[in-house]
Design a protein around this ligand. Structure first.
Ligand code: URA
Length: 219
């Protein structure tokens, strides 16, 4: 796990060969939707493991069949809310919830509105009540311009103040990270990799294309 010096609380995994192997398959244009979704599920699971390394733990005393011994529990793992940004985040959430199996799950839809404003429209928002001890994990595979996530974070924060807000994604563009951190300095980000830039259509380069279409489009 690498902490990026450009921003506070932004982590990527270019130093993790297994995460990079999954990302390589996701980037490859020859990867079809079945393998693409499986890759997102795997990535969600591994990112969740990485997040547990930053969570509070508690010592517990237990008995093995032979004797008493000390162990630990990852206390904060029990207080997680996962927000799934439709639609590409569905497989990512499936991976996250394998590690955060106690999580309450919220669903939001967000899409770009019509010209000339192109405002983000959120037509469906179902978010559980958020408690002070919660880690809110917002799953969105592609952190491109950041507009969607800025809007989603603003909405989610209406449901209560959490201990932590963590965005989990596959790829991020530097422009998007900067915009999100300006709007929500308290948010952390865990992404497989930080790519070079956005093109003039808002796609991440080199990227992986449209994550929703790759996961749920034509085989
Ligand atoms: N959303 C995607 O699915 N891909 C991008 O490159 C940018 C936004």
């Amino acid at each position: 796990m690498k902490r990026d010096e450009r921003w506070e609380g932004v982590y990527s995994f270019e130093d993790s060969p297994f995460i990079m192997e999954i990302l390589t398959e996701l980037r490859d244009e020859n990867t079809g939707p079945i393998a693409f979704r499986k890759g997102l599920v795997k990535l969600g699971r591994y990112m969740a493991y990485e997040i547990t390394k930053t969570m509070a733990t508690e010592k517990v005393l237990i008995r093995t069949p032979l004797e008493e011994t000390e162990g630990i529990i990852v206390k904060d793992r029990r207080n997680v809310v996962i927000i799934t940004v439709l639609r590409a985040a569905i497989p990512l959430m499936e991976g996250l919830i394998k590690v955060f199996e106690h999580a309450r799950v919220g669903i939001v839809s967000a899409s770009r509105g019509k010209a000339p404003k192109f405002e983000i429209e959120m037509k469906y928002v179902k978010v559980p009540r958020i408690k002070a001890e919660d880690t809110v994990i917002i799953a969105d595979p592609m952190i491109a311009t950041g507009s969607t996530l800025i809007k989603v974070l603003g909405e989610v924060k209406k449901y209560g103040k959490a201990k932590r807000y963590v965005i989990v994604g596959v790829l991020a563009a530097p422009e998007g990270i900067t915009r999100i951190k300006e709007a929500h300095p308290d948010v952390e980000m865990f992404v497989a990799a930080i790519d070079r830039e956005l093109n003039d259509k808002g796609y991440i380069l080199p990227g992986l294309g449209d994550a929703g279409d790759r996961a749920f489009g034509e085989p």
